[in-house]
Design a binder for this molecule. Structure first.
Ligand code: GCW
Length: 701
């Protein structure tokens, strides 16, 4: 009796404890990304959704359809807080059935007119429509392919996750860019170049016998965003990846990824025929080299029938390439492209070259090397161009190659991993930066010739189009190191599907899926995210400065080691790329070149990128360059401090684990921002010889 009393009391306290920890400090480790499917915050909305989705019918049977079913079971069950019955056949459909299938598998009434609408949706688009089926109001998700259904199902779940009204749905969506690819900079020894979230996800030593279940989750996360390709290895490629031993491993990964619509690509080393092919040359004009690549490509397609193609970094940063044999980039790319063409594979040839022998201004070199080759590339080659002319700086003007190669599809390379933006230590939401590039007007065919249009292939009517993001994922439990770095993977995928989406809207939908629906929490997190990039630009490289970081790691401030980039002297600061200087401005079309060339019209955010400006030059605010520079660095440090205070308000309103993990990194960011301010201002002061003004009071701002 006594014992029973004790144990029931214990049980009572245990329940109380669990309830308490659920309410005050539940833990989430971030593994679930934006696919958490936690029950709706608003019971009314949940009730309404339950009325609108009573049963589910998924037509057909295949690995992809199984994935769709599983996702809907998991997603609807989680969000609606109850299991939703799945029907065996369409004839069992009652009111409020969610119907998923291609028209081939779904005998739907002709009057719905779905066929005509599907014709415009290609092989990845989808349609979600409220309609009467057998007199019952239903929601139909249909597409021309199973891949379209997969994307449509994830989209539908996202509507619920973001608590959208699903009463009268009539939406279609097709990707604006064809190849939407992650670039992994992973090595065969298991490391990740510029990776800040642990080791490579590919456990090469275990493959093909053991494939980690985590890789399925990786593919699923990509599919939820519409990412449809992955380059597995670094462009500083090891020839070994092309040996049968490794191709077998690559094939095992491709098998896992295929039903998620994710195609595998490989980075290849141009000298592979010499290193693993027994030839003494890799000259693209040598018949034996051509034959070696053709045979190698055939072998790859035997292993991986839907293989995507090659990414190549050639004659760049010590990598071998066609120029080693006196051939051009186009000669090299076309030789590989010819080998891939019969299998419908493509070559993504990187334009990231800045070797000596070209212009004294490094920012001009890629343009000089590639613009003259326009029109010389085979039809299955895309030239892959980084967002800016230097190298993934906190802020760069758009690369002038966009708009300069109308006859070549240009694939935009963005960097999701934060090589120059505080690694995975800093909270930086990158969508606003990417939007600045996408919205940049090249004026190639007059006003409105944005980078987005070039990349989508719309400006010059290209059949191929592509966008790549250098991945920020690794073996860390939360995938990306910083919980907020997940938002950059998310935003990359969503923008790759539709570059027209807004950064703020992406921040909001990510926050709702990842953290909370509570309006004040959403507002706080979205504001933090939206201010974060400008904050880090202020911290490190305001007013168009660039590459002020240390050589090793690209993390700490080291302006003293970067004189060739900032050109500080007694007269002023900045790199003169005006017509009077390196002339880089003229790599842009008029009137963009005029605007950038003129000190008065050059946007202040790019000022020191294009101009060497006197310390006492008044800027837009009326304050001198020196005072304005100080203000920016001070604002960067102040923002990092404020950011942490704002975050603290969320304690207890989001889960404890993620709260504390983010908080710990915000502390690092705050400390670092002050260090950047001091290092840069003390250093530049040696040239300006002016006093550092007291930080502006909050009321001055
Ligand atoms: O940003 C630089 C990186 C290198 C990288 C290179 C590139 C893959 O520091 O690590 O190498 O760019 O893009 O090729």
């Amino acid at each position: 009796m006594k014992y029973a009393f004790c144990s029931s009391r214990l049980a009572f306290f245990a329940v109380l404890f669990c309830l308490g920890s659920w309410q005050l400090g539940w833990a989430e480790d971030g593994y679930d990304l934006w696919l958490r499917y936690r029950p709706m915050a608003s019971p009314e909305i949940q009730k309404q959704y339950r009325r609108q989705i009573g049963t589910v019918f998924v037509a057909g049977e295949s690995p992809t359809l199984r994935i769709i079913r599983k996702e809907l079971v998991h997603g609807l069950g989680g969000l609606l807080g109850q299991d939703i019955p799945f029907l065996e056949s369409l004839s069992a459909a009652k009111a409020s059935t969610l119907i998923v299938g291609t028209l081939e598998d779904l005998p739907l009434p002709k009057e719905l007119g779905l066929e005509t609408r599907l014709r415009q949706l290609g092989d990845e688009g989808f349609l979600i429509q409220t309609a009467e089926v057998r007199v019952h109001p239903c929601i139909i998700i249909t597409a021309n392919t199973e891949r379209g259904l997969l994307y449509g199902s994830f989209h539908f779940l996202r509507l619920l996750q973001t608590q959208q009204n699903i009463s009268h749905l009539a939406l279609t969506s097709t990707p604006k860019i064809r190849d939407r690819i992650l670039n992994h900079w992973d090595t065969l020894s298991g490391g990740v170049g510029r990776g800040y979230a642990g080791k490579s996800l590919w456990q090469w030593h275990e493959l093909p016998a053991t494939v980690s279940p985590r890789l399925t989750d990786y593919a699923r996360a990509n599919a939820s965003l519409g990412i449809n390709g992955t380059v597995l290895n670094s462009p500083n490629s090891e020839a070994r990846i092309l040996t049968p031993e490794y191709l077998r491993k690559v094939a095992a990964l491709a098998d896992i990824f295929r039903p998620y619509g994710l195609r595998v690509f490989l980075s290849v080393r141009f000298s592979a025929p010499r290193e693993i092919g027994g030839l003494e040359t890799a000259d693209p004009f040598d018949e034996r080299v051509v034959a070696w690549w053709e045979a190698k490509v055939r072998e790859i397609y035997q292993w991986i029938p839907d293989f995507g193609g090659f990414l190549v970094k050639a004659n760049s940063e010590g990598q071998p390439g066609p120029q080693d044999y006196g051939r051009t980039h186009a000669d090299g790319a076309n030789m590989l492209a010819r080998a891939l063409a019969p299998h419908r594979g493509r070559v993504m040839w990187r334009a990231f070259v800045y070797g000596q022998g070209l212009d004294a201004d490094r920012a001009k070199r890629a343009y000089e090397a590639f613009a003259p080759l326009d029109g010389q590339f085979a039809s299955n080659v895309l030239v892959q161009v980084k967002n800016g002319p230097l190298d993934f700086q906190p802020r760069e003007p758009a690369h002038p190659l966009f708009g300069a190669m109308p006859n070549t599809p240009l694939l935009l390379e963005l960097q999701i991993t934060q090589e120059y933006l505080g690694h995975s230590q800093y909270l930086v939401f990158l969508a606003p930066m990417w939007k600045e590039t996408l919205d940049f007007d090249t004026f190639a065919h007059g006003p409105g010739s944005t980078v987005a249009k070039v990349v989508e292939g719309r400006l010059d009517n290209h059949a191929l189009s592509g966008i790549a993001g250098v991945a920020n994922v690794g073996s860390d439990r939360n995938w990306c190191g910083h919980h907020f770095a997940q938002a950059n993977w998310y935003a990359f995928g969503r923008l790759a599907w539709n570059p027209g989406l807004g950064a703020q809207a992406l921040a909001e939908e990510w926050t709702r899926q990842t953290f909370s629906h509570e309006p004040d929490v959403v507002r706080t997190i979205v504001t933090l995210m939206m201010d974060s990039w400008e904050g880090v630009v202020n911290t490190m490289t305001p007013l168009g400065l660039n590459v002020l970081c240390s050589f090793r790691g690209h993390y700490d401030p080291a302006p003293q080691a970067r004189a060739s980039f900032h050109k500080a002297d007694a007269a002023g600061l900045g790199y003169d790329r005006s017509r009077a200087g390196s002339g880089a401005v003229d790599q842009y079309h008029p009137p963009q070149n005029e605007r950038l060339n003129n000190l008065a019209t050059c946007p202040e955010k790019y000022l020191l990128w294009f101009h060497h400006v006197a310390w006492n030059q008044p800027l837009q605010s009326g304050r001198t360059l020196w005072v304005e520079l100080c203000r920016h660095y001070q604002a960067g440090a102040e923002q990092a401090r404020r950011q942490r205070q704002i975050w603290r308000r969320l304690q207890g309103r989001i889960d404890d684990q993620r709260f504390h993990e983010v908080e710990a990194r915000l502390e690092i960011q705050e400390r670092d921002a002050a260090a950047w301010r001091d290092a840069c201002l003390n250093y530049f002061q040696k040239f300006s010889k002016r006093p550092i003004p007291a930080p502006a009071a909050a009321s001055d701002e």
